[in-house]
Ligand binder design. Structure first.
Ligand SMILES: Cc1ncc(COP(=O)(O)O)c(C=O)c1O
Length: 365
């Protein structure tokens, strides 16, 4: 066997949500009948304009993609209310941007702060980049970031602080004034992850005018319905973005992804519908779930809800398995640092999906 890096040998693999294909095979189910509510995807499907644009461009897949991404960057800058020099796009979604942040900022032994529970990919990818995770606290049941717990662990080696708003998996928002308090106290990069900002109707782009150490992370995987195309982006200080460009793989955003992203951004009707349907579905799901006495449901500003299931007498492994046997995939949150074995996360589906989920869940518990 060749010599593997020590860091890779000791790394905990990232645990992604389960796929329809995998579950269909494991439980002998018809894949078309499975309802997937485990990966915060968009139940509406992609924009028809994106599908049309892709079908017209399939024959060019022999050509390399553009590298300057001028058209897409300009339209995205306008959508985001920033200038094109403040935008960077990534070709493995927002996850690629996280990797670029690690490569740009982290020397071995440098620290990054994550209030937990939060999106697990921060810890995974920054650790690969040599970073040392330092954990702060996301307060439950208040569903609020604990600002003091972050300020208390700041050190001369802190390079990045992750603030996810709405937070995945809890759904809570971070107040702008709390973000400012943290920005004022550090020279480290404060990464405000707004993967779900459209569902919350709130964002922090205005703070880019006042803070050079702010970076906003976003994605086309949620409201834009393009999770499978893997397109993410970041908004930040132009000089910092230039440094990121030095290490970004030149062709990571595929031709087809660029086309799908541009067509979706230009489909204002789709974006509006996508947001409205998810919010309607989220409020429906919340109202139904809070009526189930054995569940504690957390208010969410995103397209998913976190449920504390301990009063049901089932743990998350057993409950998710029972749901999968009936063709419903939700997220078992036991791999989230900071949560124990009694939490599941369910994303909003169509109202029909939601109804089916509630019916099956009631049957089980
Ligand atoms: C909070 C958060 N940030 C970033 C991402 C990564 O998104 P992408 O699909 O663009 O890699 C996700 C994906 O679920 C997420 O939940």
């Amino acid at each position: 066997m060749v010599k593997i890096r020590k860091l890779v040998k000791t790394l905990n693999p990232y645990v992604p949500g389960r796929s329809i294909k995998e579950i269909a095979k494991e439980y002998g189910l018809n894949p078309d009948k499975i309802i997937k509510l485990g990966s915060n995807e968009n139940p509406l499907g992609p924009s028809p304009k994106a599908v049309e644009a892709l079908s017209q461009n399939l024959e060019y897949m022999n050509q390399y993609p553009e590298t300057d991404l001028k058209d897409l960057t300009e339209v995205l800058a306008s959508y985001s209310n920033v200038s094109p020099s403040q935008v960077i796009l990534g070709g493995d979604g927002a996850d690629e941007i996280l990797d670029l942040l690690g490569k740009t900022l982290i020397d071995p032994g440098d620290e990054f702060i994550v209030p937990i529970p939060s999106y697990m990919y921060y810890e995974y990818i920054l650790t690969i980049n040599g970073g040392v995770p330092v954990f702060a606290q996301w307060d439950m049941p208040q569903n609020k970031v604990n600002v003091d717990s972050i300020l208390n662990v700041l050190s001369p080696r802190t390079r990045i602080i992750f603030l996810c708003t709405p937070n995945n998996p809890t759904g809570g928002l971070i107040d702008k004034k709390d973000i400012e308090i943290i920005l004022d106290r550090t020279d480290a990069l404060v990464v405000v992850d707004e993967a779900y900002f459209e569902y919350a109707g709130a964002n922090n782009v205005d703070l880019l005018n006042d803070y050079d150490n702010l970076f906003i992370l976003r994605t086309f995987s949620k409201v834009m319905g393009l999770a499978g195309m893997r397109i993410g982006y970041g908004l930040g200080n132009p000089q910092f973005i230039q440094y990121m460009h030095r290490i970004k793989p030149a062709f990571s955003l595929t031709r087809l992804s660029q086309i799908a992203a541009l067509a979706t951004l230009n489909d204002k009707e789709y974006i509006k519908n996508s947001i409205q349907l998810a919010i309607k579905s989220r409020e429906y799901l919340y109202t139904e779930l809070v009526n189930i006495s054995d569940l504690d449901v957390f208010k969410s500003k995103a397209n998913y809800l976190l449920l504390d299931i301990r009063k049901t007498g089932l743990d998350s492994k057993i409950l998710t398995k029972k749901l999968m046997e009936k063709g419903i995939i939700v997220r078992d949150c036991s791999s989230f640092r900071g949560l124990d074995d009694y939490w599941i996360r369910v994303n909003v589906g169509t109202i029909e999906d939601d109804k089916k989920f509630i019916e099956v869940l009631k049957e089980i518990i």
